[in-house]
Design a protein. Structure first.
Length: 248
């Protein structure tokens, strides 16, 4: 198994989609929570390239056997290469079926962009997201957590309308409910259990993982309370993904 470290935010859907694949494939990893205000964990890490032309400041970033890989899709491809034996749920994205690829593209291009305007839509929901984020960062000081919770939640709540405008979103809640209904229609076309049929495919796992970034948040509760089929699919995916393979 490769040695994998992931620089992440606990609420980052790209990070959570990636981790769902690792958990399901029983691949252990270390996760380092990045402070979104300072990004010190990335800026000060000796194995992260700091040269001006190569510096990358988004998450996830992975160290795979000490080699830096940026961007969740590149990380998936790299891990699939290294894993050697083919796994239907950890293969390089260009080995996915056209349908699986289209579902994954939909998740990246349409679904995930609806998350921020939802989780930061009110000041209290924004605070809830940052409270959750600060709880996940065991190595930060109480002061850092307080600054993150207050400044971060206020900032994202203020930025949220700009995100809506940028992505042409009018009613963030309704559009997310519609997207989930659309996804469940596609799952139902395959018998209703998973989009992959009797077992989850990569799209099920990535989409579940991305949505799990909002666990314990109001948005996910609203989705589950409004759509019983979705609630059941989400629970089946959680079961299929199994326990976290995070070592520390
Ligand atoms: N295409 C990238 C997107 C990564 C991304 O946008 N991550 C967000 C967090 S969810 C980020 O780091 N944004 C910049 C920031 O927080 O400063 C991927 O799939 O990894």
């Amino acid at each position: 198994m490769p040695d994998v470290t992931i620089f992440q935010y606990e609420v980052c859907p790209y990070c959570c989609g990636l981790k769902a694949l690792l958990d399901h494939n029983k691949m252990p990893y270390t996760a380092i929570e990045v402070n979104p205000l300072t990004k010190d964990e990335i800026k000060k890490h000796p194995l992260i390239d700091q040269s001006p032309d190569k510096k990358y400041r988004k998450v996830p970033i992975a160290l795979v056997n000490s080699e830096q890989v940026n961007d969740s899709k590149n990380i998936i491809d790299r891990l699939a290469d290294l894993r050697g034996s083919a796994s239907p749920t950890l293969k390089s994205l260009d080995k996915c079926s056209e349908e699986e690829k289209a579902d994954i593209d939909w998740a990246y291009d349409k679904l995930v962009i609806l998350f921020p305007p939802n989780i930061y839509r009110t000041l209290s929901e924004s605070y809830e997201a940052f409270e959750y984020m600060s709880k996940s960062a065991s190595t930060w000081t109480a002061w850092q957590k307080l600054v993150l919770r207050t400044t971060g939640s206020l900032f994202m709540w203020l930025v949220s309308p700009k995100l809506k405008k940028k992505y042409n979103i009018t009613d963030e809640r309704q559009e997310l409910l519609d997207a989930i209904a659309d996804w469940m229609k596609r799952v139902s076309d395959k018998g209703g259990k998973f989009r992959g049929g009797e077992s989850p495919n990569m799209a099920d796992l990535i989409i579940y993982g991305q949505l799990s970034a909002m666990r314990d948040m109001t948005t996910l509760k609203v989705l589950q309370d409004s759509n019983a089929e979705f609630k059941a699919w989400y629970a089946r995916c959680r079961e299929a993904v199994g326990p976290s393979q995070r070592r520390s």
